[in-house]
Design a protein around this ligand. Structure first.
Ligand code: ADP
Ligand code: ZN
Length: 746
């Protein structure tokens, strides 16, 4: 089997090696391998650093940069499987591509330091097998309490003293005295996860001909990768199909093929909200749960999951973007579901795009990767057009469900009442759906009650004290909060500027305000809000989805969190309150993102036998985004968008890198930004825009300036950036963050 283990690793004895530490340093440090030790590339080791012991990874031969007498010994080898070659290469690659220190990237792979410690063990107790009826044995002084302990153990597995005592309803001292008397035998218990092996041979749905064709192409790719004699296992396939066409069902076949070949699978999903339904689907198909990786895991879960992955025991892992850097020794397939989703891009710390780096990891590991979506990103679309990526298309919704009918409501000609956000045309449609006993979804991508609060007396607008942003009113939580830094305060009774009492007014709608209007207009309808701040936990989110599926909700009002993945058979009408919202900022991807989001929201309507309808409230019905949504001409929209980008040399036809200079002192920040501007590279085909104050010019109390480097596709952006930054001296706490291929321009 062509795993990364198969390549013999170079072994080092009594010589210097370089060890990479998960610290934001530039590179690896040299250490000496002492006589009693031998290490290989990829091994986890502990080394001295100053007065501390630090854990790191053997990265390669030593560099001779440190004088021999200063060289320190490696302390020891850690009892963890080595880091695979493809992951080490991914770390190198990511560091070089994003211009982040190697150690900072390694830290993403070693995000659970405790997982490198020996597994924690605890003492558990078993019955010692003493015949308690033997009256001649002096140890046996049976009491009721002792009998209960033995009875509990007869029923179940060995347990630690506290648990055993609790189950038996006795005090822990009873357990201890029984152990002292030799009635119980101590054994060592290791913490472990209940790993269930997915069963790839379970009955599967009968695939439609086009689904079967797509599945065959994907399983063929898996087979090629598992062929011993090939080094052509790498392939990228776009699985392109409308929502409900069975993409998940189809890529499950590729997962089955990979597990049956004994290799590991990673599925990257954009948001935790998706996983409840996804996990249910997976468990139904494979009879076992996959391992999850996201921010809600407890410390113990995190440690055990990391170890199970490193040991190769975890077959399938589903997670958010950071799962990409987990230490799989034997990864054989990656799936990026909703590949176009912006949440795969991280834009602080190491600025990387997990989708793109997942493609790199697949290439390093020589295995296939599947990108699944109904609305491909322009990058992926372009790679398909140029033949670098394969494409499998699923044209129809499963079971013959029709795509919804999408209609624009021209808000310039609608008669809107003041303080109302539902156009008469949308109100009528809602009434008709409710009368037919069907469900409605109203989409507004704004959390809270109102995005802006201003004083009617003096015009003062309530702003975050730490950021250049308005405070958003959240009436349900009775506060005003900043969506950038989390600052929040109670709504003041008077204007903080002019002290006029009761003068503050809410401007514009958020989902809470929309819910207020909807409840007023449709008092019989059961309305609920679905937004990230109104659902406190994944369990609450799952419960809300269940109520919607059980038709205990008539109108669901929400933000983009409800746009994804859910399947509601009785939902027939989707109303988009402000279809133009995402176009307002006007950054590079505004049109593309708006199209993707609205297409996805539209896909919620009419997923079963009832046809769906989507109404888009817009002030720009002639915008290409709205026209493409209404006409259903996705590929034409993407092609036009691609033309436009090509003409302006924008990604994916040109390259961008953002430099964000920030610090607590406004003058110093501006000075550094101007110095960068003066030293801007002057090569052919390279332009620098800025420096200019960032739109979000203060964030968490730090002042910010931006520069944007734009270069031809074939330019050596890394080299240019390195050379440029080398000429600048940074003073005080001024920092520059580099974001290669930025998505965020704030
Ligand atoms: P997508 O991922 O493209 O949105 P799904 O895989 O979620 O589509 O499929 C949509 C719905 O149709 C799901 O409930 C799925 O179980 C069902 N489905 C898809 N294909 C089949 C099939 N061949 N047989 C039975 N049910 C199917
Ligand atoms: Zn703030």
């Amino acid at each position: 089997m062509p795993t990364s283990h198969a390549t013999p690793r170079r072994t080092y004895r009594e010589e210097r090696v370089s060890v990479l530490l998960p610290l934001p340093l530039t590179g690896a440090y040299d250490y000496f391998v002492p006589t009693d030790l031998s290490v290989s590339v990829g091994d986890f080791v502990s080394v001295p650093l100053g007065k501390r012991d630090v854990k790191g990874v053997v990265w390669g031969p030593g560099t001779n940069e440190v004088a021999a007498e200063k060289l320190k010994n490696i302390n020891g080898l850690l009892d963890v499987p080595p880091m695979s070659r493809d992951l080490r290469k991914l770390v190198d690659w990511t560091s070089s591509y994003t211009l982040s220190p190697l150690g900072a990237v390694l830290r993403m792979s070693m995000s659970v330091p405790a997982a490198l410690d020996p597994p924690k063990t605890r003492t558990g107790y078993l019955p010692a097998g003493v015949d308690v009826k033997d009256e001649s044995d002096s140890r046996i002084r049976m009491t009721d309490a002792r009998r209960r302990v033995l009875a509990v153990l007869a029923e179940g597995p060995p347990r630690v003293a506290a648990e055993l005592a609790r189950s038996a309803g006795v005090s822990p001292s009873v357990v201890r005295s029984m152990a002292d008397a030799g009635l119980l035998k101590p054994i060592t218990l290791e913490q472990h996860l209940d790993l269930e092996k997915p069963d790839w041979e379970r009955p599967r749905p009968i695939l439609s001909p086009s689904q079967a064709e797509a599945a065959k192409a994907l399983t063929d790719a898996v087979e090629v990768a598992n062929d011993q004699d090939t080094d052509e296992g790498f392939s990228v396939t776009l699985l392109d199909g409308v929502t409900g066409s069975g993409k998940t069902e189809v890529y499950f076949e590729a997962i089955a093929a990979t597990i049956s070949a004994g290799r590991q699978v990673l599925v990257l999903l954009p948001e935790i909200a998706l996983t409840a339904q996804w996990l249910k689907r997976f468990t139904e198909r494979f009879g076992a749960k996959p391992l999850e990786w996201h921010s809600d895991l407890t410390g113990v879960e995190r440690r055990l999951t990391w170890r199970a992955i490193a040991a190769g025991e975890a077959n399938v892992v589903v997670g958010a973007r950071s799962a990409l850097f987990l230490p799989f020794p034997n990864l054989g397939l990656t799936i990026v579901d909703e590949e176009h989703d912006g949440s795969f891009k991280q834009d602080d710390g190491v600025c990387y795009n997990a989708r793109d780096m997942a493609v790199v990891r697949a290439q390093m590991g020589n295995f296939p990767i599947i990108l699944s979506t109904a609305t491909p990103s322009l990058e992926t679309f372009t790679n398909v057009q140029s033949g670098r990526y394969e494409r499998q298309i699923l044209v129809d919704r499963h079971g013959g469900a029709e795509m919804p009918d999408i209609v624009a409501i021209d808000m310039r000609t609608e008669e809107m009442e003041s303080q109302s956000w539902l156009a008469p045309g949308l109100q009528d449609a809602v009434a008709a759906s409710l009368a037919a006993g069907e469900q409605v979804m109203l989409f507004l991508n704004r959390r809270g009650y109102a995005p802006l609060t201003l004083c009617r007396h003096c015009g003062h607008r309530l702003q975050c004290p730490n950021c250049t942003s308005w405070l958003v009113e959240h009436r349900l939580q009775r506060n005003l909060s900043c969506h950038h830094c989390g600052f929040s305060m109670e709504p003041p009774g008077e204007c903080p500027e002019c002290s006029e009492p009761e003068s503050l007014a809410a401007c514009g709608p958020g989902v809470e305000r929309l819910a207020e209007e909807t409840t007023d207009r449709f008092p019989q309808a059961r309305c609920e809000i679905m937004a990230s701040d109104t659902m406190q936990s994944p369990a609450a989110a799952a419960a809300l989805v269940r109520r919607m599926q059980n038709r205990e909700i008539d109108i669901l009002i929400g933000t983009q969190i409800m746009a994804k993945g859910h399947h509601f058979p009785y939902l027939t009408l989707v109303g988009v309150i402000d279809a133009d919202l995402g176009l307002a900022g006007g950054d590079l991807r505004a049109a593309e993102r708006t199209f993707q989001l609205l297409h996805q929201v539209s896909g919620r309507a009419g997923r079963a036998e009832r046809p769906g309808k989507v109404l888009l409230q817009t002030y720009r019905p002639e915008d290409p985004v709205m026209e493409a949504l209404v006409a259903g001409t996705r590929d034409q929209f993407l092609a036009t968008e691609a033309e436009e980008r090509k003409r302006h040399g924008m990604p994916p036809f040109g390259r961008l890198a953002a430099l964000i200079v920030s610090g607590s002192d406004a003058v110093e920040v501006e000075n550094v930004a101007r110095a960068l501007g003066r030293k801007a590279p002057s090569e052919e085909g390279v332009f620098v825009l800025g420096p200019a104050p960032a739109p979000l010019s203060i964030l968490r109390g730090r002042h910010r300036f931006r520069l944007l480097l734009k270069a031809r596709r074939d330019s050596n952006v890394r080299g240019i950036l390195r050379h440029w930054l080398k000429q600048i001296r940074f003073r005080g706490n001024v920092r520059v963050q580099i974001d290669v291929d930025p998505h965020n321009f704030l």
